[in-house]
Design a protein around this ligand. Structure first.
Ligand SMILES: C[S@@+](CC[C@H](N)C(=O)[O-])C[C@H]1O[C@@H](n2cnc3c(N)ncnc32)[C@H](O)[C@@H]1O
Length: 296
């Protein structure tokens, strides 16, 4: 008897409860126009011990996508930072899947902070190809405690890579515009229209009293994720977040007419998403990795 696929492009919006890697491996290639992920830092330590990784047969200096010597770069970075080696051991197979799952015109947004972003940039250059790097978005906020011993870090970084640098979707006309910093220097028409965002996005965090707050501790602001969805996908496209948390990518997709597949292994994340999507016009189905319903 042939098994039903876990997901296909004619599926409804879907949330899957489970470890993302085995789920990703079952999904068909070239399926998602946009992948946004916000992985947790340091999960690598425990996850790599749980996950049996296939040893590559190509040897230590495997030539990566588009001819880059990926293993060499990874080896150099890993040799002086054990935490990084663990972290990357966890993330690498998932990013390889992300590359496979993107459509030809697709875009990956990888949301990180200052501790890991520089390693990730070097490695994604090798994994996707340096010419596929599109942007480094700085999401700047101003909230929480600040140290007096150094410049208080108050930003995250979102690395943006396209699968094909000659043919990708980028529609900044659909993106929300921002007020000019010096409105006196431009015409009143321009002031009224606002300016297109640059690669530095000032946006408040999800505040304790904010209406969009779900209670999930690592929830990211809808305003930041909505902008990503608007620029790099179109209505009807499939978008994927396999570290979904409170489901912010799904919320942005639901608002803007995109379809979404979300994956998270934390039962709290599932409960949060169930509540969050209950009132949307096309609520998702919740599945286990074996295809059975995850929530009644
Ligand atoms: C930083 S949070 C994502 C927050 C999300 N962007 C939001 O706005 O709510 C990272 C999520 O990854 C999930 N996660 C970590 N390892 C995972 C794995 N191997 N498979 C699936 N989900 C995982 C965690 O449960 C957590 O919810």
């Amino acid at each position: 008897m042939s098994q039903q696929p876990l997901w296909s492009p004619d599926a409804p919006n879907t949330v899957i409860h489970g470890d993302n890697l085995p789920v990703l491996e079952k999904l068909p290639s070239n399926s998602f126009q946009l992948i946004y992920i916000d992985p947790p830092f340091n999960t690598g330590r425990t996850m790599t011990r749980q996950t049996v990784r296939t040893v590559r047969t190509e040897g230590a200096s495997r030539v990566g996508f588009k001819g880059h010597t990926y293993e060499t770069i990874k080896g150099t970075l890993s040799s002086y930072d054990d935490a990084f080696a663990d972290y990357w051991g966890f993330l690498e197979p998932r990013l390889e899947e992300a590359w496979r799952l993107l459509t030809e015109e697709g875009t990956l947004y990888l949301h990180l902070d200052y501790r890991e972003v520089h390693y990730a940039k070097v490695l994604l250059d090798a994994l996707f190809g340096r010419d596929c790097f599109l942007n480094e978005i700085i999401w700047a906020y101003d909230y929480g405690a600040r140290t007096n011993k150094r410049w208080p870090p108050k930003h995250d970084t979102i690395l943006v890579y396209v699968k094909n640098p000659d043919n990708y979707r980028f529609n900044n006309a659909e993106v929300d515009r921002e007020p000019y910093m010096a409105p006196g220097l431009v015409t009143p028409e321009k002031v009224a229209r606002g300016k297109l965002p640059t690669d530095v996005w000032w946006h408040t965090i999800v505040g304790p009293t904010s209406r969009e707050k779900t209670g999930y501790p690592t929830q990211k602001p809808l305003g930041v994720i909505r902008r990503i969805v608007q620029a790099s996908s179109a209505e009807g496209d499939w978008v994927l977040d396999f570290f979904a948390g409170s489901g912010t990518l799904g919320a942005a997709a639901a608002e803007t007419g995109r379809r979404y597949l979300l994956i998270d292994q934390n039962p709290e994340a599932l409960k949060t998403m169930q509540k969050r999507f209950a009132t949307t016009t096309t609520p998702p189905q919740f599945l286990r990795p074996n295809g059975q319903l995850a929530l009644s």
